[in-house]
Design a protein around this ligand. Structure first.
Ligand SMILES: NC(=O)c1ccc[n+]([C@@H]2O[C@H](COP(=O)([O-])OP(=O)(O)OC[C@H]3O[C@@H](n4cnc5c(N)ncnc54)[C@H](OP(=O)(O)O)[C@@H]3O)[C@@H](O)[C@H]2O)c1
Length: 281
């Protein structure tokens, strides 16, 4: 029986990758967790075995589903202490090769969806901060927010937008006890590329051989768990050395990247095509 005095946390996108690792990490640390994904069966198979976890099928890119999700948390627990904005999609390719509906879908989830879940959760988070002394928003961003590098230009733009939202929100809520964090991972071993290109694995077996290269999602989950206990709002690169990616924003480096990358678009396009074929084929 879950302890009703423990924190209630909402984690979006909990059926795979970083979200699944985060749900498991937070549940093991004693939180009560509500999580969602579009594929409710995969979600239940991923984390439905945990007694402190509630799963619900919901699409964060859909306004009615977002409202239903936050209402479901309040109906079940009567409180909400933190939100982990994890659900996100990527797409590897040049802007000129990207279908318009894919652009709209990536923005609708990574940016509009994340902002709107936060907006709907905010009255409950402010109440938690008032009544129990703290509440948290953790945005799962990316180092791509700092390095606007093809073939991830549109994805990078959504993550830079998310980081901008976090900075603004901090200035609205810090004095009222809500901490707002970003966790910015480098490459993580997940289903991200396959899912973003319309080939979401149906199971872990199906995902085998189709995971992107990178660090284990559990490392990102640990960083998310640590921010939820941090004394103040944090921006955390995972691994820590990946914070050096911000050097790309220094003007001479920025100009060099413009000059070099825009001359190598053929190679960028071929590398992205190969990576996508390996994960979706
Ligand atoms: N993998 C990386 O290298 C990397 C690096 C930096 C940042 N990130 C960020 O980390 C976050 C998690 O990515 P991941 O790599 O763990 O991806 P993943 O393995 O593809 O997992 C994504 C999770 O989000 C869910 N999801 C996708 N679209 C959704 C929607 N519209 N509504 C609700 N749930 C949705 C998926 O389930 P359903 O498909 O069933 O909905 C799945 O549970 C994303 O924000 C991503 O941008 C990833």
């Amino acid at each position: 029986m879950p302890d009703p005095s423990t924190r209630v946390l909402l984690v979006t996108g909990g059926s795979a990758g970083i979200g699944r690792a985060t749900v498991r990490h937070l549940a093991a640390a004693g939180a009560r967790v509500v999580t969602c994904a579009r594929d409710g069966d995969r979600l239940a198979a991923a984390v439905g075995d945990l007694p402190v976890v509630t799963t619900t099928a919901a699409d964060v890119a859909d306004a009615a589903d977002r409202a239903r999700l936050v209402e479901a948390v309040m109906a079940e627990h009567g409180r909400l202490d933190g939100v982990v904005l994890n659900a996100g999609l990527g797409w590897a390719g040049l802007v000129e090769d990207m279908p318009g509906d894919v652009v709209e879908g990536v923005v609708a989830l990574n940016l509009t969806g994340a902002i709107e879940v936060t907006r709907l959760a905010l009255p409950h988070l402010l109440a938690a901060a008032r009544e129990r002394g703290r509440a948290d928003v953790v945005a799962v961003s990316s180092v791509a927010a700092w390095a606007q590098v093809p073939p991830l230009s549109v994805y990078s733009a959504t993550k830079a937008g998310l980081d901008g939202f976090v900075k603004g929100l901090r200035r609205e809520v810090t004095a009222r006890g809500v901490r707002v964090h970003t966790v910015n991972p480098f490459f993580v071993r997940t289903e991200w590329l396959a899912r973003g290109h319309g080939s979401a694995p149906e199971s872990d077996d199906d995902a085998r051989g189709r995971l992107s290269r990178g660090i284990a999602p559990e490392r990102v989950a640990e960083a998310i768990g640590a921010t939820l206990d941090a004394p103040r709002s944090r921006t955390v690169a995972v691994p820590r050395w990946a914070g050096a990616v911000r050097l790309g924003e220094v003007t001479p480096v920025d100009r060099l990247l413009d000059a070099v990358l825009s001359r190598r678009l053929g190679a960028v396009r071929r590398a992205a095509d190969r990576a996508v074929r390996r994960r979706t084929g």
